[in-house]
Design a protein around this ligand. Structure first.
Ligand code: SF4
Length: 374
């Protein structure tokens, strides 16, 4: 039984009264960037294809106000598929014995940064499972080297929940941004998709810590999770509005057959795009990636996200031989391509949807303005 956005695929239009109320709520959201929880719930409970198209047009117009049709590219480097955590949806969590594990050395990572830099990328996103191999000492040294060789770049880390003192050291060493999806703002749902040793409160505390330290912070959530309801999604919108992260990654839940959640239905493209568009309206200046998971669901999923308010893409520059091993979900796209092929492919795709690539560092809107005003 469908749990979220139940009318999204309805062929029948809403009654005039419902349709008019939806349009009025969406217009108010665009103007004020906020709605009450019951108003968000009304949208999610009633939205059909007709109002979806209107929502996308508002989200795209909002994005264009700040970022025009530019799409920032980030080079994604997946450094390790070792992880001590046990997220039940994840194909590389520590319980999955069939995974062939790998990790990149400092030298491997530096070589990959060089490849990425030569391809024009000016943000390196260093992502991995929670792997104790990457000590503060190793990372601080790595960051110093990267910043020394490539002073005109930004470094983003996505290495899970680290202690505040560790995050402070990495920030002091020169890391600019940190991605840590909150996954879901519903405590009930968080506990359903994580083992008992993982804490809803702790994850949110780490996000608060990142903001206090001064990072450009990325949060984010999954759409279509098993047992997820529209009320859970409203909590995501409310939480994001309160936290006001600089970046927000929103992807469909994609069911992995080797995980504890095997057999569940995956999230859909349309459901996810609606949440991307609503997020654009509540946080108009946010950097919103068109996630690779969307490209896995549909050949043009990422490009369609650009038309629903997204403005970032993260081409994979990890060594091709390791890409298949970083399998948080199955059938991930681009695992057999070289970094050069990915670079060309992504540019063609972005242009085909009337957007342009931007190879600048792509900071959050207000930070870019501050620098330019100096
Ligand atoms: S989702 Fe991330 S933290 Fe969770 S098990 Fe997978 S790699 Fe580890």
């Amino acid at each position: 039984m469908k749990k979220i956005l139940p009318n999204l695929n309805n062929k029948l239009p809403l009654s005039d009264a419902h349709h008019n109320k939806m349009i009025q709520l969406l217009d108010t959201l665009k103007e004020t960037t906020h709605l009450k929880p019951d108003e968000f719930l009304y949208i999610l409970d009633h939205i059909t294809q007709v109002e979806k198209e209107y929502l996308f047009s508002l989200a795209k117009a909002t994005k264009n106000t700040y970022y025009q049709n530019r799409v920032y590219l980030r080079a994604l480097i997946e450094i390790s598929n070792y992880c001590k955590q046990g997220c039940k949806y994840c194909g590389i969590n520590h319980t999955i014995e069939t995974v062939e594990r790998y990790r990149l050395s400092k030298t491997d990572i530096l070589k990959t940064c060089e490849t990425a830099y030569l391809l024009g990328y000016r943000t390196f996103v260093i992502q991995g499972g929670e792997d104790a191999y990457y000590t503060d000492e190793l990372l601080v040294d790595l960051i110093h080297i990267i910043k020394h060789i490539y002073p005109d770049t930004r470094i983003t880390l996505s290495l899970g929940e680290r202690p505040k003192a560790s995050l402070q050291k990495l920030f002091d060493a020169g890391v600019d941004r940190y991605l840590l999806r909150h996954e879901t703002a519903s405590k009930r749902l968080y506990e359903h998709i994580h083992p008992a040793f993982m804490s809803f409160e702790h994850r949110r505390q780490v996000l608060t810590n990142l903001k206090e330290i001064g990072y450009q912070v990325g949060a984010g959530f999954m759409v279509g999770l098993p047992t997820q309801t529209n009320k859970d999604l409203v909590k995501d919108l409310d939480y994001l509005k309160d936290l006001s992260p600089h970046m927000i990654g929103i992807g469909p839940y994609l069911c992995h057959s080797q995980t504890e959640l095997a057999g569940n239905q995956s999230g859909s493209l349309d459901e996810t795009l609606v949440m991307v568009a609503l997020t654009r309206l509540i946080l108009p200046k946010a950097l919103l990636p068109a996630t690779t998971a969307l490209g896995t669901l549909h050949n043009t999923g990422r490009e369609q996200a650009l038309n629903a308010g997204a403005n970032v893409m993260m081409p994979n520059v990890s060594p091709t031989e390791n890409r298949k091993q970083y399998e948080i979900y199955q059938n991930k796209i681009c695992t057999g391509d070289t970094s050069l092929e990915c670079r060309g492919c992504i540019e063609t795709r972005i242009k085909a949807f009337d957007h342009e690539i931007d190879l600048g560092v792509g900071d959050f809107y207000d930070l870019e303005r501050t620098k330019n005003d100096r």
